[in-house]
Design a protein around this ligand. Structure first.
Ligand code: B12
Length: 423
């Protein structure tokens, strides 16, 4: 009997895919898909191209809701991008995400146009132009107008849409990888660069620098593998999905991602991906696919079984237990001010800052909305502008937060520091 058990266990190990998504994991994927679909409901929820992508890369669909969301993107998101283009603001990442989202629904990209200075041009022409401007900026100041994450998204979006990416544009990405100039969110950025360069390699268009391209891809793989933690995460909880997507796109053996898949599943069960952006970046990885695979999407014979059951609204009353937090503000002058405020345990940092501002002790702040939620943009009247490459950095007792003000919850007394920093 015992040998039989041992043999079956061994067989299960050798025949089962290490990143298997069958069985109970199927349930997990389904519930994550439903949560994403739910995040698009509600009057004031803005259409989100990253969520669209994740839903389209899943195995189960709600085709009616996906097509409704596609239409909302074609109105609202389209208008937002049109406004940025008209105001000459760089919008590479959003334009790229929009392109990927449309492509993931097999939408004819040539029918999407924007009008700037009375000239109507297609989405892809605009994306190519944004990439040229980004490239010029790199040549001039060694940095893209936006960041290398968005630059990579741009290359990826052009490539999966079957556009031949200008060699000079790709070369800038190869060179950055070589010189390791990626900055904040480096795992996320390496992952996006990996998918972009792999797509270019597979397209076979970048022949004259093939060796450098290969070297860059090898380096990215090494960087991602070196960022693996003992608990399976690559970088942190929020970069693991993109990192796994990239490793899969770069043809890594699925066995190498088993621990990371497991880490993400544990995170899903612990509700770490309640932010739809976070969930949208990990879902494709859990489905063992990647943004790069949008290139070959046919949209034929798709499953249509993702149904949303009505759920009872959950009302959470503020906790009666309060915790005292210190809020330290360090403006660009370096002169720190310390405040203190009592907040209900479990409040978001945003709610805590609102309570502090309401005390009229001289603390004020402003926020801007983004795909990830509220972004802290000004404190005590001081803006930390992206155009100046500054931002309000968040930390707790000296450790950088890996969530924003809307998602980070205050569970214990601590000192929160808001520091005007450069990136
Ligand atoms: C580049 C980048 C930044 C840059 C953005 C400016 C720029 N022009 O380069 C800077 C350095 C300012 C930044 C800051 C922060 N970031 Co950041 N950032 C990224 C990165 C690598 C790419 C974002 C991007 O360009 N997306 C493409 C465009 C199309 O999407 P977008 O949503 O419109 O992009 C804008 C917003 O995302 C916003 N933004 C950037 N980071 C964050 C974080 C939060 C919480 C919010 C609300 C908004 C926001 O800036 C983007 C450019 O305008 C992502 C990686 C990822 N996986 O998404 C991390 C990422 C989004 N950042 C993250 C974090 C934690 C932060 C900080 C909270 C870090 C800190 N301890 O202070 C701060 C935000 C603090 C604040 N003031 O509210 C996490 C968010 C995880 C989560 N669960 O919320 C990510 C996923 C990285 C990671 N794996 O940990 N970031």
């Amino acid at each position: 009997m015992l040998p039989l058990v041992i043999i079956s266990v061994l067989l299960a190990f050798t025949s089962g895919k290490p990143c298997d998504t069958e069985g109970s994991n199927g349930e997990l994927l389904l519930s994550l898909g439903k949560n994403l679909l739910r995040s698009l409901e509600g009057q004031d929820s803005a259409p989100n191209p990253s969520v669209h992508l994740a839903l389209r890369l899943s195995n189960s669909h709600n085709l009616a809701k996906e097509s409704e969301h596609l239409n909302r993107m074609k109105n609202h998101l389209h208008n937002d991008i049109q406004n940025s283009l008209s105001n000459n603001q760089p919008v590479t990442g959003l334009l790229a995400l929009y392109t990927l989202a449309l492509k993931s629904s097999c939408y004819d990209l040539n029918t999407i146009t924007f009008t700037v200075a009375q000239e109507r041009e297609t989405l892809l022409t605009h994306l190519k132009r944004q990439m040229e401007q980004e490239k010029e900026n790199i040549a001039y100041s060694h940095r893209p107008l936006t960041n290398y994450y968005q630059y990579s998204l741009g290359v990826l979006a052009l490539c999966v849409s079957g556009i031949r990416v200008n060699n000079h544009v790709t070369n800038k990405l190869i060179k950055t990888t070589e010189h390791e100039h990626v900055g904040h969110g480096s795992t996320d950025t390496y992952a996006m660069t990996g998918m972009a360069l792999q797509c270019v390699k597979d397209a076979g268009s970048h022949v004259h620098n093939a060796v450098e391209l290969e070297t860059a891809l090898t380096k990215i793989k090494q960087k991602l593998l070196a960022a693996r933690r003992a608990d399976g995460h690559i970088g942190n909880e929020y970069s693991t999905g993109l990192a796994v997507q990239a490793l899969l796109a770069m043809g890594n053996d699925v066995a190498e991602c088993a621990a990371s898949m497991q880490a993400m599943r544990t995170d899903v069960r612990a509700n770490k991906y309640e932010n739809p952006m976070a969930a949208s970046q990990i879902l494709p990885a859990l489905h063992q696919t990647s943004y790069m695979h949008i290139k070959n999407k046919s949209c034929l014979n798709e499953d249509n079984s993702l149904v949303l059951e009505p759920i009872d609204p959950v009302v959470t009353l503020p906790s009666e237990i309060t915790v005292t937090i210190m809020v330290e503000v360090v403006p660009s002058s370096g002169e720190a001010t310390l405040y203190s405020v009592d907040v209900p345990k479990g409040s978001s940092l945003l709610a805590a800052l609102e309570l502090l501002a309401a005390k009229n002790v001289g603390f004020t702040f402003e926020k801007e909305s983004s795909l990830w939620g509220p972004f802290l943009s000004a404190v005590n009247g001081e803006q930390a502008r992206q155009s100046d490459r500054r931002f309000w950095h968040l930390s707790s007792d000296g450790t950088a937060l890996n969530q924003g003000v809307g998602d980070f919850k205050i569970e214990a007394p601590q000192k929160i520091t808001l520091k005007n920093s450069t990136y």
